[in-house]
Design a protein around this ligand. Structure first.
Ligand SMILES: [Zn+2]
Length: 315
């Protein structure tokens, strides 16, 4: 039997809520679609993947106030964060089981990914990257601040660990920016559409390498910003990269407002992984946003490329 590879998946990742999930412009089953794509194209089986535990209440409190966590027992509050008004009328138990638990498993996957990346040099969580969640509030379909949680958990063992967060989702990573602020052990490089949600000016002050883009930026410009930013990151000397690889920069995405092609996304991921491998920095990749029906396929293609180009060499 082939050994495990540090790609993390749980059958609990997908979000299915009696069809209500279809009201959100989000392919909520992209997680298992990416998993199936990898099984098919890399000849992997269930036992080759790592499976996360659900995040504990205690772990959630590493980043969140108890008041905020308690507020999730209100369906109205969950509906507001998910940006689907109808959810306010759904029994909270159902929301817990079908919406919040998948994201709790996703957060558990990010925590496991942090350990595996430090051990093997790389890890990919086929979920996670809830980059809008703050200490005392959730927003933009993000409930749990998985990035600050995994970083603080790693700091318990290695307090000096320097973490570079590369957030290339189409939206600003205002959640982790607000939580981690100007901690000198963290460096943030964020490229996002500067003309859409969240435009969080307060959180923006904490970005080290800040690239707010105009809408409809295409491959060539986008990729030159990625390269330029990665060069700037050299000065930080990171011990770990957390790569928030949202695919909502895709030209057909309804929310991201950018015009990057599928090939552009694959090239972007390749640039980030090349940077990590060349500089020998462990990397944890999270899927984050990406709401179009093509997302799962693009992610699958990109991960197969990354695996063949870089990761076989690392094993
Ligand atoms: Zn996004």
């Amino acid at each position: 039997m082939m050994n495990k590879i540090p790609i993390i998946f749980s059958k609990h990742y997908d979000i299915t809520l009696c069809g209500i999930e279809k009201l959100h412009p989000f392919d909520t089953c992209k997680y298992s679609k990416v998993y199936k794509y990898l099984c098919k194209h890399l000849a992997l089986k269930k036992q080759n993947f790592y499976t996360p535990e659900i995040v504990s209440e205690q772990e959630l409190q590493i980043a969140h106030s108890p008041e905020y966590l308690a507020s999730l027992s209100s369906s109205a509050n969950v509906a507001k964060i998910a940006e689907v008004k109808l959810l306010a009328m759904v029994p909270n138990m159902l929301l817990q089981n079908r919406l919040l638990n998948p994201m709790k498993y996703g957060t558990g996957g990010t925590i496991l990914g942090g350990e595996l990346a430090m051990k093997y040099g790389w890890a990919i969580n086929l979920s996670g990257g809830y980059h809008h969640a703050k200490a005392s509030s959730g927003e933009g379909f993000c409930f749990f601040a998985d990035i600050p949680i995994v970083i603080r958990k790693l700091w318990k063992k290695q307090p000096e660990l320097k973490v570079l967060i590369i957030d290339l989702d189409a939206h600003q990573g205002n959640g982790f920016e607000a939580i981690l602020q100007d901690d000198p052990r963290v460096c943030t490089f964020d490229i996002y559409n500067g003309q859409i949600y969240p435009l969080d000016i307060t959180a923006m002050k904490h970005i080290n390498f800040d690239y707010p883009l105009a809408s409809y930026v295409k491959d060539e410009d986008y990729l030159s910003f990625v390269q330029e930013g990665l060069q700037k990151c050299n000065q930080f000397k990171a011990d770990l990269i957390i790569y928030n690889a949202g695919t909502d920069i895709y030209k057909k995405d309804r929310l991201g407002g950018l015009s990057v092609s599928a090939e552009g996304i694959i090239q972007r991921d390749h640039l980030v992984f090349s940077y990590a491998v060349e500089n020998k920095i462990p990397i944890l990749m999270l899927l984050s946003g990406g709401y179009s029906k093509d997302s799962a396929n693009i992610i699958g293609q990109s991960l197969v490329q990354i695996y063949k180009n870089h990761l076989l060499a690392l094993q």
